[in-house]
Design a protein around this ligand. Structure first.
Ligand SMILES: Nc1nc2c(ncn2[C@@H]2O[C@H](COP(=O)(O)O[C@H]3[C@@H](O)[C@H](n4cnc5c(=O)[nH]c(N)nc54)O[C@@H]3COP(=O)(O)O)[C@@H](O)[C@H]2O)c(=O)[nH]1
Length: 812
């Protein structure tokens, strides 16, 4: 039955009634024609309403046909708004007296604004859903009491695998929390909800494919009527972060646990982190190390080469591995087995260096111990046969390169067996140790002392003379020193003991013979020494033996000569010349000679080197100094010679003595000579040692009034800046430049330069070795101040010196 109320369809009455209704209303007939529109209708749509569309007519027909009301939403054109309006339409039939639908009453409601709002809301909703679906997290909503989800974002399916519908089933979330975490997670959330606190928590969740992932859940509580009603939140899969953190925790724990020190430095090599082991190894607390560089661990014996290699590798961002001697905070050193590796980011940029340090000292000590055992004699600590052979090989190579000779001294203790048999091996061992110490004291730093075993020792002397007989003499001197040193009494516990060695010597250069041959020859020579009565040294080569014997003899003779007063001084005049070439004696040079009882007058070149090697030059030099000073006093008594100076040659051994200045003082004081007439001739080489010490010594002598001359100038390597600092008064041009200056342009240039140089330093320049007038004239021409040479006079005894006062040079 149609739902209608019979009505009086008196249209005019109806119109009056409808006219002022505040809602838009219109009345239509069964053909869809509009019979009436009230004011509200026309206010909304205007009076010019377009004909109804087919849908509208169809709805009208439906209402008439069924006699039922019909509600629809439609779009109607509004002339008043100049556009379509969304309307809600309620069409109701109006019946005639017979109960048949006669008219159709349509009540309209403008829902345009509501529709727009709905559309906006829908758009917002969609935007929210898009955002939610797009995010990497899972947005969810659940009941605050049951935890059952009422909403879940699409990302849940993508991230955890389950279809979205599954999430909306009861207890889904709770049932899929990893069993071990479930109770705690739910309890925590329940407690927070009870307190009304939004909360965040982490738990493991089982995915559809059985994986266990870590979830970070942020939950916000939505209240209703003052009670928690909904939970809304975001679940984020933090498995990767968790694994990283886990890894970091493990790394951190590992770094703490490992015994190697770990240093993390920035690209500028500044330390940014250290572990506990670093502190244990180095003694530096983290706050003392942070901000520092590797220099923190460097010390006096750290190899700069190793440091450079490390820096270079780090500068190039490459890996470094090496053993470096580093220093702890307390100053003690340790061997650091160091590995430094660069760390780069994903783009390959250098971000850090990781250094791993390991105290490797023990291994080094072990290696050192192994080396010691392998190469050193356990009893004496001396190199053993193996190390000796190695050093001999090196010596052969070295002599091949430098052509300087080397010598092997094979030494065996005389009657050692007897000592062992009578006092026992322990006492014998003590003797061997003392012998080892004494032998070491007899050689220079670059030489080697080795023990072959038993009472056999071998010494290797290097850098001897390039002349074989001179080298033999040098080796013989060392052997003499050894014989003398080892021949001193020994205290062996309670026993006083006397021991002597027999020494065999081989001098060699280049690798002309094998090392075995060398040792064999030295051994044979040692047996010759034994055969010669022990406590002597013997050379393998007879010529060397002869040279050494001559050397030994010379030394003995020199000692005797000194004691017997066989040395004499000759004097060679030094002159100034005037423009005419007339010479005037201004002084002399004292030159020593040996008045040998059988060999006659021996020149200094034949004995000065031996005197220097044996140390006899010290008493001899002192004798020369005092004799020359005494001569000055003698000349002082004669007005013609009172102004004469005397130049005395000083050897390096004399000058290097700490008390040299005081020996000069003694000579002056003991003779009463005028210091200003004494000139000491020094050579360049003896001044090239310790600069400050040399200058101090020269100044001390100069302070006495004594003058200092540089002899043989031009043959050394003095630099101008060095010369300037020396308190000299004279330069002496070496005779080697004077000899050829008329024929050799280089010598002429050198002579000219020396004169200019000397004058620029405010020094007088004397030329020695002047043998003819040509040389004199040239030297005079370039400004030389004084001359010495055979042209003016040979060295002669003082008694034969004549006074020459501005005599024509030709008459000399
Ligand atoms: N430590 C000491 N060394 C001394 C002493 N006396 C001498 N010597 C050193 O011996 C070197 C050689 O001396 P000598 O054989 O006496 O030769 C000197 C002159 O005789 C020689 N000379 C001088 N004039 C000429 C010459 O015209 N031609 C020439 N061929 N030779 C000449 O020069 C020697 C002096 O040189 P110098 O000492 O450099 O002035 C001698 O060089 C000293 O090193 C001494 O007491 N102590």
């Amino acid at each position: 039955m149609p739902d209608h109320t019979p009505a009086d369809c008196d249209l005019p009455s109806l119109q009056r009634w409808l006219q002022h209704l505040p809602v838009p209303v219109r009345v239509k007939d069964g053909q869809g024609r509009c019979l009436f529109r009230n004011q509200a209708f026309e206010a909304l749509f205007g009076s010019d309403v377009p004909p109804a569309g087919p849908d509208n007519l169809a709805h009208d027909a439906q209402v008439f046909a069924h006699g039922n009301s019909l509600e629809t939403e439609a779009t109607l054109w509004s002339a008043r708004h100049g556009g379509p309006r969304q309307v809600h339409s309620l069409k109701t039939p109006l019946y005639d007296a017979a109960g048949q639908p006669q008219f159709l009453l349509e009540v309209l409601q403008d829902i345009s604004e509501r529709k727009q709002e709905q559309a906006a809301l829908q758009a917002n909703d969609q935007r929210f859903r898009d955002l939610v679906d797009f995010t990497d997290g899972i947005v969810w909503e659940a009941d605050a009491t049951t935890f059952n989800n009422s909403f879940i974002s699409k990302s849940a399916e993508r991230l955890l695998g389950y279809p979205l519908a599954d999430w909306l089933t009861p207890n889904f979330w709770a049932n899929h929390i990893y069993p071990e975490d479930r109770a705690q997670a739910m309890q925590y959330s329940t407690d927070c909800i009870a307190r009304g606190e939004d909360h965040e928590f982490e738990y493991r969740f089982v995915t559809q494919d059985g994986r266990v992932v870590w979830i970070h859940d942020s939950t916000k509580i939505a209240m209703q009527d003052g009670k928690p009603k909904w939970l809304r939140g975001l679940m984020v899969d933090i498995t990767a972060r968790h694994q990283e953190q886990q890894l970091l925790r493990v790394s951190h724990q590992s770094l703490k646990a490992i015994s190697q020190g770990v240093v993390i430095a920035d690209p500028q090599q500044r330390i940014v982190s250290v572990n506990d082991a670093f502190t244990t190894i180095t003694g530096y607390q983290p706050d003392e190390a942070l901000g520092q560089t590797w220099n923190l661990l460097q010390g006096p014996d750290t190899s700069l080469q190793a440091v450079d290699a490390m820096r270079m590798n780090m500068a190039y961002g490459s890996h470094y591995y090496g053993d470096i001697l580093h220093y702890r905070k307390d100053g003690s050193s340790f061997w650091n087995e160091l590995t430094v590796s660069p760390v780069r980011d994903a783009q390959g940029a250098l971000t850090h260096f990781i250094g791993v340090i390991r105290d490797n000292t023990k291994r080094h000590q072990n290696e050192e111990e192994i080396r010691r055992l392998a190469f050193f004699d356990a009893l004496t600590g001396l190199p053993n046969r193996r190390l000796l052979l190695d050093r001999l090989r090196h010596a052969q190579l070295s002599t091949t390169r430098t052509l300087q000779h080397a010598a092997v001294l094979f030494l065996d203790l005389d009657n050692f067996k007897q000592l062992n048999d009578t006092l026992g091996h322990d006492v014998g061992d003590v003797l061997l140790q003392q012998v080892a110490d004494r032998l070491t004291s007899c050689v220079r730093e670059g030489d080697s002392v080795a023990r072959l075993g038993g009472d056999e020792f071998v010494l290797l002397l290097e850098s001897l003379s390039s002349h074989s007989l001179e080298a033999a003499a040098q080796a013989e001197m060392v052997a003499s020193k050894i014989l003398q040193t080892l021949g001193q009494p020994y205290t062996l516990g309670a026993h006083s003991h006397h021991s002597t060695p027999s020494i065999g010597i081989v001098v060699f250069v280049k690798d002309q013979e094998s090392i075995d041959e060398l040792l064999k020859k030295a051994d044979i020579a040692m047996y010759q020494a034994k055969a010669a009565g022990r406590n002597v040294a013997r050379f393998y080569e007879p010529a060397m033996q002869a040279a050494a014997a001559a050397h030994v003899q010379l030394e003995k003779d020199l000692r005797l000569a000194l004691a017997r007063g066989e040395f004499v001084l000759h004097y060679q005049i030094q002159v100034e010349t005037n423009l005419r070439g007339d010479a005037r004696t201004i002084g002399t040079e004292a030159l020593v000679r040996w008045q040998h009882p059988t060999r006659g007058l021996v020149p200094p070149a034949a004995f000065i080197p031996a005197a220097e090697e044996t140390g006899l030059i010290l008493p001899l030099g002192q004798w020369v100094l005092e004799t020359a000073c005494a001569q000055l006093v003698a000349w002082a008594g004669n007005p013609e010679t009172a102004h004469w100076t005397v130049a005395v040659n000083v050897s390096a051994a004399q000058f290097s003595k700490a008390n040299f200045a005081s020996t000069v003082r003694t000579a002056l004081d003991s003779t009463g000579a005028n210091p200003s007439l004494l000139k000491l001739e020094l050579t360049e080489s003896m001044l090239m040692q310790d600069v400050e010490e040399v200058i101090a010594k020269m100044n001390e002598i100069k302070a006495y009034g004594v003058r200092l001359a540089l002899d043989d100038f031009g043959t050394g390597y003095s630099s101008l800046s060095y010369l300037k600092r020396l308190p000299l008064s004279q330069l002496k041009i070496d005779k080697s430049f004077v000899r050829d200056l008329l024929t050799d342009s280089s010598d002429a240039i050198i002579a000219r330069t020396i004169v200019a140089l000397g004058h620029s330093l405010g020094l007088r320049v004397v030329a020695e070795g002047v043998e003819n007038i040509g040389q004199h004239d040239f030297l005079a021409d370039i400004g030389c101040d004084a001359y010495q040479g055979y042209y003016f006079g040979r060295p002669v005894p003082a008694s034969q010196l004549a006074v020459r006062e501005a005599m024509p040079t030709g008459s000399l």
